[in-house]
Write a protein that binds this ligand. Sequence first.
Ligand code: ADP
Ligand code: ASP
Ligand code: MG
Length: 408
Amino acid sequence: MALIVQKYGGTSVGNPERIRNVADRVAEWHRRGDRIVTVVSAMSGVTDSLIKLAREVCEEPAEREMDVLLATGEQTTISLLAMALHSVGIPAVSLTGAQAGIVTDGRHTKAKIANITPGQVRKHLDNGEVVIVAGFQGQTMEGQITTLGRGGSDLTAIAIAAAIKADVCQIYTDVDGVYTADPRIVPNATKIQEISYDEMLEMAGAGSKVMQARSVEFAKKFNVKFEVRSSFNNNPGTIVKEETKSMEHVVVRGVSVEKNQAKVTISGVPDQPGIAARLFQTIAQAGVNVDMIVQNVSQSGETDITFTLHKDDVKKAHKVAASISELSAARAVTVQEGIAKLSVVGIGMRSHSGVASSLFAALSAQGINIQMISTSEIKITVVIDEARAAAAAQAVHDQFGLNITPQG
Ligand code: ADP
Ligand code: ASP
Ligand code: MG
């Protein structure tokens, strides 16, 4: 008899039939005698349409109100799943994030979990009930509703698994595991059997949205081993766990693509201490997340600074950059949209050389221009034209033989 946390994502609970399908699957585990906590997302598309609705009534909705609104998506699915379980004779109870004891800080729309007091979860489990918890939401100490950032139901599941010391944590989604690339972009991508937290974290952060990056960070910190698998079949999934020696043999584990990026260049910035600090402090204060930053070698006391960010943040960043450049007498601020980031990730890169040159060769063979490059210990990222992103991903995937090498 195991204590299991299962998370079902938006597509898996996307309509009444799918909710009944999830209920049947959960019922099966319950009948076997396992104790089940089920975390669910909003039905697919619901969070997006709530965001759209908000923008239709207000250009810049207050983040507190966004959280009150967005939390309704998950609240709908927990109650529906409880009802579906009741109708197949399984005792089940739905709990909001607050009722499940998820306490967060007050950063609305991207709150961090401060602690979990899972008393109610335990009580209902002890009663023999399936406990259904609303993903993505929590509550501050002061009782304000918060949400955990897009894709945050993954985090709810991992955090609850850590808090109740679950034996197993399963993330059910619409693919049967983590693949060497998004199968929607690279059709011959292959399923990875095991991946380290660090690789999963880098892939998630670089655009592989199969797991929310913050949830992987949390899993690593609290050593929660989890499995990503499909809610539509019973295939074995991908195990995400701490690194083992044998994982290093695979040089490139996967390819990630992040579209909808933009870059801002400030040219002719006086090359003196304090400018970058002022620029990026002000941008951070405006709530904009900056990703890659490149500064050119200084020529005659001037330099160029380029950074990438999500295209939705361009307006804000442009405003900030323009105001700073005025202050520091820069020559121009230019913005370019329509770019994408492509990354290759693998812990084997620590001990193998030549990955960068292979990556560049694959892109050059396709005539794809590299606009920016950045590297970390286990990742290389390039910025390219968004229109060529799919072709680039396929070429790089082929280059590293990811479609044929069995991924251990
Ligand atoms: P859920 O609603 O279950 O949370 P998501 O849409 O957030 O599901 O994540 C699943 C999707 O992630 C898949 O449909 C797939 O297109 C995408 N994806 C991106 N990169 C990968 C990858 N490397 N492996 C598997 N799926 C990926
Ligand atoms: N419903 C939220 C979102 O769409 C959280 C989640 O699905 O994990 O981002
Ligand atoms: Mg998701």
